[in-house]
Design a protein around this ligand. Structure first.
Ligand code: AMP
Length: 400
């Protein structure tokens, strides 16, 4: 793989696409700096080699040019603290100021560029905009896995201006390595746990996992489309009527390919979607008309735990219920604990995509699993078997 360890940055200016899309509070203070921390090894490698780093990122979703609340100037001090380097800021990511500052940047220093998305050309994948960015550096590094599934100017289009001088940063490299462990040669049994709100978001991943996993455990709101498709009574539970046929098709395919696809046999049901709702246990296919399933039930949880604990590889994408509400968090928490147990017994376990990373952090189990991915949509698409533009851009060499 084209990682940083294969090259020296001595006297070079590295243009690095990072993911500094951190949450800011109303005083523009960073409430969680883990994305900046994640990029530090890549930045330090460049600076330790006696090179300099030009960092570019998006922050939030500005729609109409520059806006103070989305300015990357709010994170200058934190980048300096975490890297221990001098950080210079450019008020525009392209143009005269950025070029001047990049030109006079010294080895060991960082130039942080203003929010890429203050220019609509970034998300449009505009080639001229990408070219304007590319003139700032000698080597291109992509360390923003979270946007690797987007063909934006800074994540993919820009790579063509660097010939073969382009590399994956450490975050990208480990995301790819870890995902490939499951995709290419998983230890068996391999169990995939797929949950979350909507089955339409997860159809492609389930279809692709069917080719590699031994067990697929379904949970979350999406489970009720499966239950209804089989003729069950699901009350007011989430359902996607236009996907009923497709879920039946998935179940047929699983049977044909010898994959165990499980739907939760019981559920925690509630009379409203609220933390204080009345709730009880019911069979998932016999939910009273005014009630809804908001978590997998105790029987399903036990069964899923048994399967997870005896697995050698686990992928977990999406919560088993409305884990944000205490009354409906047990299924997700117990599954998380079982994944941690499997890890302790030597299984390789990867968490990511959708809200399962948030869930594993909430239950303080992030350090008890093998790997928690930083990429929501990007990881999901990788497991759907798609080629991500941000990865392809680094791997493809002009003329080949
Ligand atoms: P996703 O982003 O697709 O992973 O979906 C995560 C969201 O699905 C979380 O906010 C959960 O609260 C929600 N969710 C999980 N199970 C259910 C359910 N049974 N009914 C409604 N929402 C659910």
């Amino acid at each position: 793989m084209k990682t940083l360890d294969n090259t020296s940055f001595k006297d070079k200016k590295a243009l690095v696409r990072v993911d500094f899309n951190v949450p800011l509070n109303e005083n523009f203070e960073i409430s969680d700096d883990s994305r900046i921390r994640a990029a530090v090894p890549t930045i330090r490698k460049i600076l330790n080699d006696e090179g300099s780093a030009i960092l570019m990122s998006h922050l939030g979703r500005p729609t109409n040019g520059p806006e103070l609340r989305y300015s990357l100037r709010h994170i200058i001090d934190r980048v300096a603290d975490l890297t221990g380097a001098k950080v210079i800021f450019s008020n525009n990511c392209i143009g005269h100021e950025a070029e001047e500052l990049a030109g006079s940047l010294k080895n060991g220093e960082i130039l942080l560029l203003e929010n890429l998305r203050f220019h609509a050309e970034e998300q449009n994948g505009d080639k001229e905009f990408a070219r304007s960015l590319s003139v700032l550096g000698d080597i291109y590094v992509n360390d923003a896995f979270g946007t690797a599934h987007r063909a934006h100017a800074s994540t993919s289009i820009i790579a063509q201006f660097f010939g073969s001088n382009k590399y994956f940063g450490y975050v990208m490299a480990s995301e790819i390595d870890n995902a490939d462990k499951l995709l290419n040669d998983p230890q068996r049994p391999f169990t995939a746990i797929v949950g979350g709100a909507k089955v339409s978001d997860k159809l492609l991943i389930i279809e692709n996992l069917m080719k590699i996993a031994d067990n697929i455990l379904i949970g979350g709101g999406m489970a009720y489309t499966f239950v209804k498709a089989q003729g069950g009574q699901i009350g007011k539970s989430l359902v996607e009527e236009d996907r009923l046929e497709l879920t039946l098709e998935l179940m047929r395919k699983a049977k044909e390919s010898g994959v165990q696809l499980l739907i939760p046999e019981d559920s925690v049901i509630a009379d409203e979607f609220a933390p204080g709702a009345n709730h009880r246990i019911a069979s998932s296919d016999a939910i009273a008309s005014d009630w809804m399933g908001l978590d997998i039930g105790p029987k399903a949880t036990e069964k899923y735990k048994d399967i997870i604990r005896s697995s050698k590889s686990v992928l977990w994408n999406g919560p088993m219920g409305v884990f944000e509400m205490e009354a409906f968090s047990a299924g997700t928490k117990d599954v998380a604990l079982a994944v941690a147990e499997a890890t302790q017994k030597g299984a390789f376990t990867l968490i990511g995509g959708g809200d399962s990373a948030a869930a594993i952090h909430k239950f303080h189990l992030a350090d008890q699993v093998s790997y928690v991915s930083t990429g929501g949509g990007a990881l999901l698409e990788y497991f759907e078997g798609k080629e991500l533009p941000g990865i392809k851009a680094i791997l493809s060499v002009p003329g080949e």
